[in-house]
Design a protein around this ligand. Sequence first.
Ligand code: FES
Length: 113
Amino acid sequence: MEWQCIAPGVDALEWNDRSLCIVEVFGKKITLARFKDQVFATAYSCPHAGAVMADGYIDVQGNIVCPLHRYKFSLEKGRNVSGEGYHLKTYAVKIDAEGVWIGQEKPRFLSWS
Ligand code: FES
């Protein structure tokens, strides 16, 4: 796993009024979601038709809801819980004394070297 620190703390991030924000990490934009004292990270755009996920909202079950067609995705695993068959990419998040970190799997093609 490759990790990148994105902020010195959760409150240093620029959350919108729906507890979502956009950050840039690993050279691309991603979405962060804050739900019940946990932070989750997903792809920037919806896998259905590319809407910006940070323009959506988090429902009471902790799913992120796309602003365009309202497909719902689990914040934890990206599963399309409303059943349309898509998958929202998610990233690992860890919070420690140094700050908020986003993790991604290293590409497999590099693992043989
Ligand atoms: S673009 Fe997200 S549900 Fe259609």
